[in-house]
Design a protein around this ligand. Structure first.
Ligand code: B12
Ligand code: SF4
Length: 501
């Protein structure tokens, strides 16, 4: 059976101007390919005409079934717009959507966008395979676990949780051959020319209250073996010439063994690749003796979710590390010749202006890269349910649930625009400090490259936008869906404009 998986048109990551084929989509495709399906992938962000090419393809092929992937809450409207467009052109096409956000909001999403026929709740490989097989044989879809849909009378049906794949090593290598790996947008320009995001594990055993990943994978952690990881990296080196990676695993070294195995395997393979890994302060302290090994194996940076500089806030968000541990971890990482990127959260309810000044001074001292975010109640997280119940979510526009926009006020600042301004101001104050500008000439080539890219292109563009109103950068092929509908006004039914999100 033929199946087209669509990653709808998105605005690419403005902070680092990076785009990569979704690792989850490539994993799904590889699985389906092994199961014998005739598959295709359309990563619409890379289309010459993001919406136009999608429309043309659907018009031409009238596929029996398409899948739409939505991995971020902020992407949900792109997914719904794609579903509406597809359904209008080809009403016979069955549409199944998957990803974190639709999994958590299945009923809401189905009711909001009737063009979506089914939602795959949770991990996709096995559910999608069974779904496609049953669809092909016209068998009962309500027998497929992990599916949500509305029945003929509009009742919401959920077929029940699908258990997780126990051993991720049983999965085939992601289908890189189906992605447009040579497209000029595919990469992480801040890290180097041949950058990519990869994913080797699922979930995390911790339970930070704002984290959708822990919720999605029910606090379970599963990983590929170091050998399997190294096989994938070697393929990426040899076939696709990729040598610098942001490893998207939420927490790479949940166990010491995973770190040890990775170090041993990469030292053996000598692929000369570089890695930016994610971890936690407490796990860095636990694995202090491995830090030199990580560096020798190619790791150049650890990204730690340090979040805040006050223990009461860390406790409130169930971070389960202390400020003291955060400081020790930052010092250790530096001591072992590695860089530290801290992901941080401002916008807590009790936060004051003085807190934010301290915050900047505190993290400004240690970190190489400043990953500033605004606390966001992502659907599915404990934080979301609590904030919803307390009535604190003031902006329900999911497009803004991207950690870069405030959607909740603080006790002191009620105006969300004011909070957005505060966010930008902290970024400005951080990046325009002499200490950061000196990094433009750092002896560390990756740090120098990152800062040259970030400050001269991204930060400068933002500054010119704010002072002189210069346009903000967007990828050259970007087109708002509504603009596309206006352009196609005479061909597409006007109904679509009403549905546009
Ligand atoms: C790769 C990635 C990106 C890429 C984008 C890739 C792309 N083409 O979309 C880049 C680097 C550009 C990126 C950017 C951002 N990202 Co990002 N990213 C990831 C990352 C590291 C990996 C995703 C992945 O592939 N996971 C592995 C697979 C196995 O899981 P999966 O995608 O969920 O897919 C499975 C199921 O969901 C399901 N499924 C998925 N799609 C479909 C479709 C169908 C039809 C079916 C049946 C099933 C199905 O099956 C899959 C296999 O089991 C995750 C973190 C993580 N570890 O997951 C964050 C993550 C998805 N990103 C996140 C965020 C917030 C962002 C940003 C908004 C950050 C920011 N502040 O700017 C930006 C987006 C802005 C933008 N305009 O680009 C959050 C999303 C949280 C949320 N609920 O909204 C995550 C979870 C990180 C986190 N812990 O906070 N990101
Ligand atoms: S440690 Fe990171 S991945 Fe794990 S629950 Fe906390 S934020 Fe999520």
């Amino acid at each position: 059976m033929r199946f087209i998986l669509i990653d709808p048109p998105h605005k690419i990551w403005t902070i680092l101007r990076a785009w990569v084929p979704s690792p989850g989509c490539l994993q799904l495709l590889a699985y389906l390919e092994r199961e014998g399906f005739d598959i295709e992938f359309m990563d619409c962000t890379l289309n010459e005409n993001p919406w136009g090419d999608l429309e043309e393809k659907i018009r031409r092929e009238k596929p029996k079934v398409v899948g739409i992937s939505v991995i971020c809450t902020a992407f949900i409207y792109d997914g719904m717009n794609a579903a509406n467009l597809i359904k209008t052109i080809s009403p016979e096409t069955t549409i199944i959507m998957g990803g974190e956000h639709p999994s958590f909001t299945a009923e809401e999403t189905l009711r909001d966008c009737p063009a979506i026929d089914y939602i795959c709740v949770g991990e996709g490989e096995v559910t999608l395979t069974e779904f496609l097989r049953n669809l092909e044989k016209k068998e009962d879809l309500s027998q497929v676990r992990g599916l949500a849909f509305l029945d003929e009378t509009g009742n919401f049906i959920y077929t029940g949780d699908r258990s997780f794949i126990e051993d991720l090593d049983t999965l085939p290598l992601p289908a890189y051959h189906l992605a447009n790996m040579e497209h000029p947008y595919v990469g992480i320009p801040s890290e180097g020319k041949r950058g990519l995001v990869v994913n080797f594990s699922r979930g995390c055993t911790f339970d930070c209250s704002f984290c959708s990943e822990a919720a999605f994978y029910k606090r379970k952690w599963r990983k590929k073996s170091p050998k399997k990881i190294a096989d994938e990296l070697q393929l990426l080196k040899e076939k696709f010439h990729r040598d610098i990676f942001y490893v998207g695993d939420n927490t790479f070294n949940v166990t010491r063994d995973q770190g040890i195995g990775f170090i041993e395997e990469m030292l053996k393979r000598k692929t000369n690749q570089r890695f930016w890994l994610q971890s936690r302060a407490d796990l860095i302290l636990r694995d202090e003796d491995l830090l030199d090994g990580f560096r020798e194996a190619g790791v150049y940076q650890f990204m730690l979710g340090l979040e805040y500089h006050r223990d009461n806030v860390l406790k409130d968000i169930s971070k389960r590390h202390s400020v003291e541990e955060a400081v020790k971890a930052m010092k250790l990482i530096k001591k072992h010749g590695l860089m530290i990127m801290a992901t941080l959260l401002i916008g807590h309810w009790e936060e004051t202006e003085e807190d934010r000044d301290d915050f900047l001074n505190f993290f400004g001292k240690y970190v190489d890269h400043f990953g500033l975010n605004i606390i966001t109640p992502l659907p599915g997280t404990p934080l979301f349910y609590k904030m919803k119940e307390m009535g604190r979510i003031k902006d329900w526009e999911y497009r803004n649930f991207d950690y870069l926009h405030a959607v909740m006020p603080t006790r002191e600042v009620d105006d969300l625009e004011q909070l957005n301004f505060i966010y930008k101001n902290i970024m400005r104050r951080y990046y325009w400090r002499p200490r950061e500008l000196i990094k433009l000439f750092s002896r560390n080539p990756i740090l120098r490259h990152h800062h040259r890219f970030y400050i001269t292109q991204v930060a400068f563009n933002i500054m010119m936008h704010e002072i002189f109103g210069n346009p903000m950068w967007v990828q050259p092929n970007y087109q708002e869906y509504r603009d596309y509908l206006v352009e196609r006004g005479e061909v597409l039914p006007p109904e679509l404009m009403r549905l546009a999100k």
